[in-house]
Design a protein around this ligand. Structure first.
Ligand code: GDP
Length: 363
């Protein structure tokens, strides 16, 4: 699963991407289009439950889950007609599973704003409009194709045509496709189109150093604007985070303490992106390692086992499951077992976020 960072030029995407991935690969310069090729990075998803587990089960290694981030070059007004890096931008965004949109809420006369003034809601609308226009084009092409195939009596093509019409009607009301409810078969019929406004989205409000809590009215405007879509908004000061990301411990902790922060805001972005991707975690815990594994919400026990190794899914027999609360109550797995709290779950068990598991399987 991967997420793409998008935003108008000069909103702080590259600064944020560099801080998140601790790489200097993406250049950060004060002019539009400085990020020409998409840059990719892997980001750990910090989870305080790992530390809670390792209070009782002390491992040699602690491994959080991670996700892939792609820094996608600057979109501008007119991108859907090929303006700026238009088509290139769009083809990259089609490939990601979720979008992280950075909007500028910081004021800095030294950093040029592409449309002359800082207005994050307009920024969101510009990008949304470009993505909607591109989706309309995609759907138009797909409709002609489906129409030709449907002439020979293809039932799937007929379904596809009706779903495309639904999508078009939704877009015509100026609404992104992520707010359209479709059935599983309907979704499957258009899943190969890479429709961009159907992708889940997380908004990152890039705030000033003097406004780490996001008290600026611009942030409130962003929250209000996206409230109905169910999307999350995370506040971050990209500039400050990039300074933090360059520091080694214990300097980093010291700076955080001076700022009155428990953790870098980047952690919230990583977790927010993870949730936006629809991912949850389960844990395996032993003396060798305590590890978080990513699963889509609603995954069954064999599917969860398959994340570790496909053989585990194929040969799945059963899972032994307990919760973090059980561990905190009984202090060890042995005592959880003795107390009869170690649950045995079969093939149809739907995993819960935070389950701690062992899998038994045939090879
Ligand atoms: P991109 O075009 O969206 O990738 O933007 P960049 O990350 O290249 O940032 C554009 C300019 O804005 C650079 O000069 C950054 O130093 C500056 N910048 C980024 N984030 C912040 C911030 O939080 N505060 C301030 N004052 N400047 C920032």
């Amino acid at each position: 699963m991967e997420a793409g960072i998008v935003g108008l030029p000069n909103v702080g995407k590259s600064t944020l991407f560099n801080a998140l991935t601790c790489s200097k690969a993406a250049q950060s310069e004060n002019y539009p289009f400085c990020t020409i090729e998409p840059n990719e990075g892997i980001v750990a998803v910090p989870d305080e439950r790992l530390e809670r587990i390792t209070k009782y089960i002390v491992p040699k290694k602690i491994i959080p889950t991670s996700l892939k981030l792609v820094d996608i070059a600057g979109i501008v007004k007119g991108a859907s007609e090929g303006e700026g890096l238009g088509n290139k931008f769009l083809s990259h965004i089609r490939q990601v599973d979720a979008i992280v949109q950075v909007v500028r809420c910081f004021d800095d006369p030294d950093v040029i704003h592409v449309s002359g003034q800082v207005d994050p809601v307009t920024d969101i609308e510009i990008i949304e409009t470009e993505l909607m226009l591109a989706d309309i084009q995609t759907l138009e092409n797909a409709f002609s194709k489906a129409e030709r195939t449907a002439r020979s009596g293809d039932k799937e093509a007929k379904l596809r045509m009706s779903v495309i019409e639904k999508c078009n009607a939704h877009l015509a009301q100026d609404l992104p496709l992520r707010t359209l409810t479709l059935t599983e078969p309907e979704l499957a019929s258009i899943s190969s189109f890479g429709l961009m406004t159907a992708k889940p989205i997380l908004y990152v409000a890039n705030v000033s150093e003097t406004d780490l809590e996001g008290k600026d009215p611009l942030v409130a405007k962003v929250r209000e604007h996206v409230a109905n879509s169910g999307a999350e908004v995370v506040c971050v000061c990209a500039k400050l985070e990039s300074e933090l990301a360059e520091l080694d411990e214990p300097d980093r902790s010291e700076m955080l303490a001076e700022l009155g922060l428990d953790e870098p805001a980047l952690n919230q972005i990583a977790r927010g992106t993870y949730r936006t991707l629809g991912l949850e975690s389960y844990f395996t815990a032993g003396e060798k390692e305590v590890r978080a594994w990513p699963i889509p919400a609603g995954a069954t026990a064999p599917q969860a086992a398959g994340v570790i190794h496909s053989d585990f899914e194929r040969g799945f027999i059963r899972a032994e499951v307990y919760t973090l609360e059980d561990l905190e109550t009984y202090k060890s797995e042995k005592d959880i077992r003795q107390a009869g709290k170690l649950r045995v779950e079969g093939k149809s068990y739907v995993m819960k976020d935070g389950d701690i598991c062992h899998f038994l399987f045939n090879v």
